[in-house]
Design a protein around this ligand. Structure first.
Ligand SMILES: *Cc1c(COP(=O)(O)O)cnc(C)c1O
Length: 349
């Protein structure tokens, strides 16, 4: 049997976990609020139809997304979460011998999905203040580069890119290189200078804005995300998509969520306010935590990471940690965040 050695060399994606009855799960940047009643209702209605395949063209939800963002439905491609859409993008533009550039540390799926497609990941270290090093990323673009991921706000550091910075970057990158703005956390951003991917999609045919219903819209468990780009690119994403991954439950839930955006926006406001409360609490206690425009905070703990992570886990608080680097703490409910603050208070070294 011939197997792919490169596949066997891949790391397994590490999901943020939580164990125990009273566990506080702050490890996956999920929305702490339960689904809206209006969303639960349409999902429940759809359950009676699960003997049928979903609508593969996803015409209605693509059209609803298009109306919401002022683009054409043919510019919208969907997938089972924006992780799957990221995979579509990589498969559509990069193959063996091609390079995919991204900042590091950033979203864990980029290097894995790149390798699965047979292409070569080119991680470019973040700057000392945990931002994308755009000059270094531009310099990393070669004639083999097909794709660049820019994650803003960046997972796991919460930093954003400004419009000016991204425009300068785009000016340095050949226009046959596709540039993805991964905006999974864009709803939580309050920095007026931060880039808006959709504005760039309107002006650059090689830019893709990648978004998800998993975070601000609270649909992580249903799996639906989308890309907005030129019709050309969007057609290619539909060509490479695995058929039938986006269920009718997910399509309907996304449409119901778009109708309930005001209600969801109130929740996002509460999460943003809670982010600032949690950060102040951490700063007051002396923890190294930078500003974040997402629904999580980054504790730059370096060599102290494992000790603090073990202490949190022992207290039933589960965050996502990277040994030797730091801990990403998702913003939860007030009660959950108080548990995290209390656990951390007893861990000050
Ligand atoms: C959470 C996340 C996504 C999207 O996740 P899906 O649930 O697959 O939509 C995409 N990019 C980043 C950077 C994320 O953190």
């Amino acid at each position: 049997m011939t197997r792919r050695d490169d596949v066997r060399a891949l790391p397994l994606y590490k999901q943020g976990d939580a164990q125990g009855v009273d566990a506080v799960k702050l490890s996956s940047n999920e929305n702490p609020y339960p689904p809206l009643p209006s969303v639960l209702k349409v999902v429940t209605e759809q359950l009676a139809g699960i003997n049928r395949y979903p609508l593969m063209a996803a015409a209605e939800v693509r059209s609803a997304i298009a109306v919401r963002h002022g683009v054409e439905p043919d510019q919208v491609a969907v997938g089972a979460g924006s992780t799957e859409v990221a995979s579509q993008i990589i498969h559509a533009v990069a193959g063996a011998g091609d390079e995919v550039v991204f900042a590091w540390r950033s979203f864990e799926a980029y290097p894995i999905l790149t390798r699965v497609a047979g292409a070569t990941p080119v991680p470019v270290p973040l700057t000392a203040d945990l931002r994308h090093d755009l000059p270094a990323m531009a310099a990393a673009v070669t004639d083999r580069t097909r794709l660049v991921f820019l994650c803003t706000p960046n997972n796991p550091t919460g930093t954003t890119l400004s419009t000016g910075e991204v425009e300068d970057f785009l000016a340095q990158v050949p226009d046959d290189v596709v540039v993805v703005l991964d905006e999974a956390y864009t709803h939580f951003n309050r920095d007026q200078d931060a880039v808006n991917g959709l504005d760039l999609v309107r002006r650059y045919p090689n830019v893709i804005s990648l978004k998800t219903f998993s975070k601000a819209y609270g649909l992580a468990g249903l799996r639906i995300g989308f890309a907005v780009s030129s019709t050309d690119l969007s057609d290619d994403l539909r060509r490479v998509a695995t058929p039938f991954t986006v269920t009718n439950l997910a399509q309907r839930a996304a449409m119901a969520s778009l109708l309930a955006e005001d209600e969801l926006a109130e929740r996002v406001e509460l999460i943003v306010a809670e982010r600032e409360r949690l950060r102040s609490g951490l700063l007051d206690a002396g923890w190294p935590v930078g500003p974040s425009q997402a629904n999580f905070l980054w504790l730059a703990l370096g060599a102290d990471t494992d000790r603090v992570d073990a202490g949190l886990r022992a207290a039933g608080v589960f965050a996502r940690s990277w040994s030797g680097e730091g801990i990403r703490l998702s913003v939860g409910s007030v009660r959950e965040d108080d548990r995290a603050l209390a656990a951390l208070a007893s861990l000050r070294s």
